[in-house]
Design a protein around this ligand. Structure first.
Ligand code: SF4
Length: 135
């Protein structure tokens, strides 16, 4: 499995998101960023601005769905849910590989991350590697 195959591209419409959203990410970037991460992010942004079809740097942000489980039944949600949790060993491996490049990891996508009973282990490990986390 290619661990990076589901990466998302930043869209200009993302800039319309409220300032409080960006402030949260900025706070994490200031806390966990360093010169190397900023350099890689700068390179990626240059590729993006130039419209390069391929970005040769590593990702600056990561999204890992640590839970596909959900106890809510929103009427508009057609996502398939199941008691599947991203394996902690695989997560640690992912963080070890990317810790020098990423500012933060979002531990949420479709399922409810708080249903992962080991969520604190994921957060603690992430922070111990100088990477921020959000849920
Ligand atoms: S996954 Fe999200 S949108 Fe879907 S039912 Fe659960 S809470 Fe609602």
């Amino acid at each position: 499995m290619n661990l990076l195959e589901n990466s998302q591209i930043f869209e200009p419409s993302d800039l319309r998101i409220p300032l409080t959203y960006w402030a949260r990410h900025l706070k994490i970037a200031l806390r966990y960023g360093d010169r190397k991460k900023i350099l890689y992010l700068g390179k990626a942004l240059l590729h993006y601005i130039k419209g390069s079809p391929k970005i040769s740097t590593m990702p600056a942000f990561l999204k890992v769905e640590i839970s596909r489980s959900c106890s809510v039944k929103c009427r508009y949600c057609f996502e398939e849910k199941a008691d599947i949790f991203y394996p902690f060993a695989l997560y640690k491996d992912l963080i070890d590989k990317l810790k020098d490049y990423i500012f933060e990891v979002s531990l949420y996508d479709i399922g409810e991350p708080l249903l992962n009973e080991n969520i604190l282990d994921y957060i603690k490990y992430t922070h111990s590697k100088r990477v921020g986390s959000i849920i």
